[in-house]
Design a protein around this ligand. Structure first.
Ligand code: GLN
Length: 269
């Protein structure tokens, strides 16, 4: 990937929406489906499901945008909530459980650097795309034998985060044997294993891989031929078009105003 590791999407024709639509939503109206747990307990709250171990999109810090939570997705979600006149609450959980949480109504939407793909589309609806990314390989700084994805097949020990797109790419596309794959819930834990020599590479999303590599004295190896572009989008419960429209309106506004690019720069430092 030559365009840099973190890229906000350019404004597409489909993303153009009127600001008047935002004004129309304000006033704390509840989402449609009252049977949802999230909405029953909500009052004036809207609940974002995420996995806050995915810097720069969501992570915890001493004082974040919402409590301890900070990151690009948190900033976007806060804007969505503000535009709806609602308070944002964040439910931090394992990435693997996010699709179930939104489809059963435990959270109103998922903002988690989540790649929109057909597999997930069976269970949730996705917003317009707001960022593009690709998988990368995080390896030791002095590693010279992993220069492309194919090299992982060479008896390498590979780490992936459970349920991430990186997991399915390593497992299904590259067909790395199961006994060479280590799965964990957090990228950070896997990166530690690269650091101490127990793993050869971690396959993870570009911006997060870059952040983890920099912090841990490791390096990132890209392979734009093997790793396709992935598009991040926000997930809602299937059929919740009312909320999806509001989310898309806010995203379009943030993209056209340049706010999304600003967030990429701000959080990519
Ligand atoms: N983009 C990857 C996916 O959707 C990883 C997302 C994440 O870890 N939060 O699987």
């Amino acid at each position: 990937m030559k365009k840099g590791l973190l890229k906000a999407v350019a404004l597409g024709a489909a993303a153009v929406m009127s600001v008047a639509a935002i004004a129309g939503c304000a006033g704390g109206n509840k989402a449609e489906n009252n049977a949802d747990v999230a909405n029953d307990n909500a009052g004036n709250k809207i609940i974002m499901g995420t996995n806050a171990a995915f810097q720069p999109f969501e992570f915890t810090t001493t004082s974040g945008i919402v409590g301890e939570f900070d990151g690009i997705d948190v900033a976007i979600a806060k804007q969505i909530a503000d535009d709806m006149g609602m308070e944002l609450e964040i439910a931090d959980m394992e990435f693997d459980g996010l699709i179930a949480a939104v489809s059963t109504g435990k959270v109103d939407f998922v903002a988690a650097g989540m790649t929109a793909n057909d597999e997930r589309r069976k269970n949730v609806d996705f917003s317009d795309t707001y960022f593009t990314a690709a998988q990368v390989m995080v390896v030791a700084a002095d590693n010279t034998d992993i220069t492309k994805a194919e090299d992982l097949k060479n008896n390498k020990k590979v780490g992936v985060v459970l349920g991430y797109t990186g997991d399915s790419i390593v497992t299904e596309d590259l067909e790395i044997p199961e006994d060479k794959i280590t799965r964990a819930n957090r990228g950070l834990d896997l990166v530690q294993e690269v650091k101490n020599g127990k793993l050869d590479a971690v396959v993870i999303d570009s911006a997060t891989g870059k952040a983890l590599a920099e912090k841990n004295g490791l390096k990132v190896v890209e392979d734009s031929e093997a790793f396709e572009t992935e598009e991040y989008a926000i997930a809602v419960k299937k059929g919740n078009t009312e909320l999806l429209d509001k989310i898309n309106t806010t995203l379009a506004e943030m993209i056209s105003s340049g706010k999304m690019d600003e967030l990429a720069i701000q959080y990519n430092e």
